[in-house]
Design a protein around this ligand. Structure first.
Ligand code: 6GU
Length: 225
């Protein structure tokens, strides 16, 4: 899979994309992730990419021209399944959305900044608008990073144990059961006996019951929605 991220703050994303599972997925060729600096696409001699909004509103708006050039030059090279704009007024990002996007071949993620982007870009290029939650960030970069992480870790080979991505919290709309490692007793705090019993069926039953109990207690909305 290939992900192209367009941003005015590429230096904010690069370090994150080098680390851990994402870094390894890139090295292994499981995910090709490219970060593009929007300023490289401006035709303005001062390299400006924003301007004041019409109507006298406050703040600055990313202009059509650099975004058009950035998206058009990518689309000239290959087909994109989605051109996503990350914005606080988008559709809520979720595990099902990550699952769907992980099946795409190529996607573009456009990060907004300041007051946002010219509406005409949204009208003519954007296929999907996504937010990561009801709070305001200074730009879309963290949202793009969150989405990229959630998508890439689902790609086959990205995490050591393929089965574990399917057992995640939210994949079956249940929170995970508590988890323990050695020693079996620490400061008198004991691991539940069933986990030491070696009885696989009993352990699975315990795990499911704990998942249901924790979901009921912490996220009852997951059981009813
Ligand atoms: Cl996608 N962008 C910004 N600026 N803030 C956000 C967001 C996106 N998602 C939640 N807050």
């Amino acid at each position: 899979m290939r992900i192209d991220i367009i941003t005015v703050m590429p230096e904010m994303l690069e370090p994150f994309l080098k680390e851990s599972i994402l870094g390894r997925a890139r090295e292994k060729g499981i995910a090709d992730i490219y970060v593009h600096n929007l300023r490289d696409f401006t035709e303005d001699k001062w390299r400006r990419v924003d301007d004041y909004p019409f109507g006298g509103f406050a703040g600055m708006v990313l202009q059509c021209q650099p975004i058009d050039n950035a998206i058009s030059s990518l689309k000239a090279e290959r087909h994109y399944d989605e051109v996503i704009y990350v914005t606080p007024d988008g559709e809520q990002f979720s595990q099902p959305m990550a699952n769907t996007l992980s099946l795409a071949e190529n996607i573009i993620i456009l990060c907004g900044h300041y007051k946002g982007i010219d509406q005409r870009i949204r009208d003519h290029f954007i296929t999907r608008e996504v937010t990561i939650g009801d709070y305001v960030l200074t730009g879309g970069e963290l949202a793009a990073a969150v989405m990229t992480d959630a998508i890439v870790r689902l790609l086959p080979g990205a995490i050591g144990d393929d089965a574990s991505a399917l057992n995640d919290c939210f994949q079956d709309r249940l929170l995970a059961a508590p988890i323990y490692t050695r020693p079996a007793e620490y400061k008198g705090w004991r691991v539940p006996d069933v986990l030491l019993s070696g009885n696989e069926a009993k352990i699975r039953e315990w795990e499911l019951n704990e998942s249901l109990r924790r979901t009921q207690e912490l996220r009852p909305d997951l059981l009813t929605d």
